[in-house]
Design a protein around this ligand. Structure first.
Ligand SMILES: Cc1ncc(COP(=O)(O)O)c(C=O)c1O
Length: 446
């Protein structure tokens, strides 16, 4: 018998963020096609993509308008070096993003994945200080931050699972606490975090070039959420100390939190805004860093002054990805995406609360926009976590696959971050499946 696709895969492919030995017991899903929120495998089974395939998909799989835009672009111009050349899809996209983004941003730098966008923002910030004749060698990040897997991005991240091994390789960064909506006294939590930042800026402010944060929602840390008030407070403090603010909206941008950009809820404009993931509707890798004209001006000089930002990636500004992004923005213009997301999010939260709010093993139900999360615990009061080694989330993952859903818990945090195109009925079913997954995860011995 000829080997299955999964067998052929395991003989030659090394998958991301995976202990490959797990696949001795966990089957690889042989995916053949997608449609709307559904993924279909070679056996004809389907899975509702509750995680938007690592948070990239917005309008469903194989969305026809985006697919068509890519095909038309491919027949015209697939790629061109983006130094010395330009093309309509990139210029149009840059113009549109600057109109949609918080006011005060004037230039768009292209990259091709989220981590690269973070690298660009970090380097651009550092380099700007040099161009202005100052050395500010430190970056600040929040606790529980996640900004990607490349070395610069890892250095300003704080998820031990991904960072610890590589610590000796990483540049030294400074950390400041982030609030968490699960803590009881919200005002005191936010005030305490801002006071800690005040102290850090007072002590080290002149050495700090930039502070990077994920506004409202720290996804990889287990869908940790905070209030817009904190983001506003951070922005004010950065401005007061002349520290650049880098907003990483790679995961939360493009409508996830109920506004097009999370920064809008805080009423702030960062100095660097990193976007990726949903920018192409989940079709192709693309990232951008939006920045202020004043930043650009500090790099604009005669060649001999050596102020240019000499950073590049081969696929910078890829026309196919830009065409996908423009088609994605067209869908935002054609539909009330944000209104629908807010309504869908509220509906899903209400149904989840009705099902598990009093569950002895569930705590911390929380939501921003269309991102809904809760935590599995051994005991609620006082809180006792399940030992990480029990990998109870994995039981929910398996339950999901057996019940037509791709759930992918983050440790013992269960969450939903689905494509925006769920019907009410699909959303209800998804919540029911999540609840089933929770039961499967918490029941049974360790
Ligand atoms: C907030 C945030 N920043 C950066 C990244 C890195 O993006 P990429 O995986 O495209 O490198 C991620 C990925 O999950 C993310 O969630």
């Amino acid at each position: 018998m000829s080997p299955s696709l999964a067998e052929r895969d395991l003989a030659c492919v090394w998958h991301p963020c995976t202990q490959m030995k797990d696949h001795e017991s966990i089957p690889l899903v042989e995916t053949v096609r997608g449609e709307g929120p559904w993924l279909y495998d070679t056996q004809g089974r389907r899975y509702l993509d509750a995680v938007s395939s690592w948070w990239v998909n917005l309008f469903g799989h194989a969305q026809p308008d985006i697919a068509r835009a890519i095909a038309e672009q491919a027949a015209q111009l697939e790629h061109v070096i983006f130094a010395g050349h330009t093309h309509e899809p990139a210029v149009r996209l840059a113009e549109r993003l600057l109109k949609l983004a918080p006011p005060g941003l004037g230039k768009v730098f292209f990259a091709d994945n989220g981590s690269s966008a973070v690298e660009v923002a970090l380097k651009m910030s550092y380099h700007r200080w040099i161009n202005r004749g100052e050395r500010r060698p430190y970056f600040v990040h929040l606790d529980a931050a996640y900004h990607g897997e490349t070395l610069g991005a890892l250095a300003v991240s704080d998820v031990g699972l991904y960072k610890d091994t590589y610590r000796p390789l990483l540049l030294e960064a400074l950390q400041t606490p982030a609030p968490d909506v699960r803590r009881p006294d919200r005002a005191a939590d936010i005030a305490g975090c801002l006071e800690a930042l005040d102290r850090l800026l007072q002590e080290r402010g002149t050495q700090i070039g930039a502070l990077i944060l994920e506004p409202l929602l720290q996804c990889a840390a287990g869908m940790r959420m905070h209030e817009a008030e904190f983001v506003r407070g951070v922005a004010q403090r950065c401005a007061a100390h002349g520290v650049h603010l880098i907003a990483d909206e790679i995961a939360v941008g493009f409508g996830r939190t109920g506004t097009l950009f999370a920064c809008e809820q805080a009423g702030i404009t960062p100095d660097f805004l990193c976007l990726s993931k949903g920018i192409t509707g989940g079709f192709l890798p693309l990232a951008v860093v939006l920045t202020r004209d004043e930043v650009y001006a500090d790099f604009y000089a005669d060649w001999a002054e050596q102020k240019a930002f000499l950073h590049s990636h081969s696929y910078t500004g890829n026309p196919l990805a830009c065409a996908a992004a423009n088609a994605t923005l067209d869908l935002f213009e054609a539909r009330d995406v944000l209104g629908r997301n807010r309504a869908l999010g509220a509906r899903m939260e209400a149904r989840l609360r009705a099902a598990v709010e009093d569950h002895p093993h569930v705590t911390g139900i929380r939501r921003h926009g269309l991102v809904l999360a809760c935590d599995l615990v051994a005991q609620r009061e006082p809180r006792v976590d399940f030992p990480a080694a029990q990998r109870r989330g994995l039981r929910a993952y398996r339950y999901g696959l057996e019940h037509e859903a791709l759930l992918r818990p983050l440790g013992h945090t269960m969450y939903l971050m689905p494509p925006y195109v769920l019907s009410d009925a699909q959303a209800d079913t998804l919540i029911d499946t999540l609840v089933g997954g929770i039961e499967a995860a918490v029941s049974g011995p360790a």
